[in-house]
Design a protein around this ligand. Structure first.
Ligand SMILES: C[S@@+](CC[C@H](N)C(=O)[O-])C[C@H]1O[C@@H](n2cnc3c(N)ncnc32)[C@H](O)[C@@H]1O
Length: 310
């Protein structure tokens, strides 16, 4: 992406790489943040910047690209959305309680030449509108992270990514975690950063009526199929039943709105023996659909409709 930028853009990328962020006046702004907190009595994380190599890792682990909209909650000096725009071609936004940090961030965005794609606003993260975000980034203390979780899950679409620096969500296993050395940490003395990636899962818990339609009728199972999904965050357990017979289902996985599981289905009397089928599909609210394949190469389409949420 650097190759397509005009000269001023290249210079700014080089400057960002050289760690211009280090030169930012962190301490007075941290005090300003505390003053805002004291005035407004809101849950608060102090202003401490994410090191520049950690910013890059956060955006890389979330596979940020030009179609992404990156919102940093508690955006400090704006470095995360600005880097997302400058180095990954994304658009972005930030929200911070501290008006001086918001002003600084908008100035930083203008100086970096990305003000048309990145905006910062003053606000409380708990009231933030993140519906446009495909990626949300966080560097906040655990009580804020925990409190934000329902706010984020209510607003973000399945498949959106949340990346948190150093503080994980309690009770939600990260989809990926990386720990590495960040030379700028601890006021330049260096230290480890950990980044946690969470992919927002579709909400699929419950019972689903499953139908198969395809080109190889002799392979299709007989009777009405029910899929039962037990979901805790992105962790899934699946069970398939045909009439009263409960079948084993294996390897159930949910990645955003993509669902996968395998099961052995019985077939018509006199047809081929029962065989394993691999189901892949996409969830859209109360319906899902996709393709199931068996090892003989047969392929059928499947649809499911939720019949109960328990
Ligand atoms: C640890 S700093 C992170 C700054 C930036 N995201 C980064 O990673 O470099 C936390 C920021 O969150 C802001 N903040 C704390 N509590 C907030 C709240 N309830 N709503 C909005 N901003 C908040 C602070 O002013 C501070 O700038």
């Amino acid at each position: 992406m650097a190759a397509g930028l005009p000269d001023f853009g290249r210079r700014r990328i080089a400057a960002a790489c050289a760690g211009v962020w280090l030169a930012m006046p962190a301490l007075p702004l941290a005090l300003a943040g505390r003053a805002a907190w004291a005035q407004e009595d809101k849950p608060f994380s102090p202003f401490i910047t994410t090191p520049s190599n950690t910013v890059m890792r956060m955006l890389s682990i979330a596979s940020v690209g030009k179609d992404d909209h990156v919102i940093d909650l508690g955006s400090g000096d704006g470095r995360i959305p600005i880097t997302a725009a400058l180095k990954f071609g994304a658009s972005g936004a930030g929200v911070d309680l501290d008006a001086r940090l918001v002003e600084l961030s908008n100035r930083n965005a203008a100086e970096a030449g990305v003000a048309a794609r990145v905006r910062f606003e003053r606000g409380d993260v708990f009231a933030a509108d993140v519906r446009k975000a495909t990626v949300v980034t966080l560097y906040m203390l655990p009580p804020i992270i925990q409190g934000l979780r329902p706010v984020l899950l209510r607003q973000l679409r399945p498949g959106s990514r949340i990346v948190s620096h150093d503080f994980p969500f309690e009770g939600w296993r990260a989809d990926a975690t990386e720990t590495f050395f960040a030379p700028e940490k601890n006021n330049g003395r260096g230290g480890d950063s950990t980044v946690f990636l969470y992919v927002v899962p579709a909400e699929v818990h419950g019972r689903w009526a499953l139908t198969l339609t395809g080109t190889s009728p002799e392979d299709l199972p007989q009777g009405s199929l029910e899929l039962r999904l037990l979901q805790v965050n992105q962790i899934l357990d699946a069970e398939v039943s045909v009439g009263r017979e409960i079948l084993e289902a294996r390897d159930a996985r949910l990645a955003g709105d993509r669902l996968r599981f395998a099961t052995v289905l019985p077939v018509r009397a006199g047809g081929p023996p029962a065989m394993p089928w691999q189901f892949d599909g996409r969830v859209e609210g109360e319906t899902m659909s996709g393709v199931a394949r068996n090892h003989r190469g047969a392929e059928v389409r499947w649809q499911a409709r939720r019949t109960a949420r328990r």
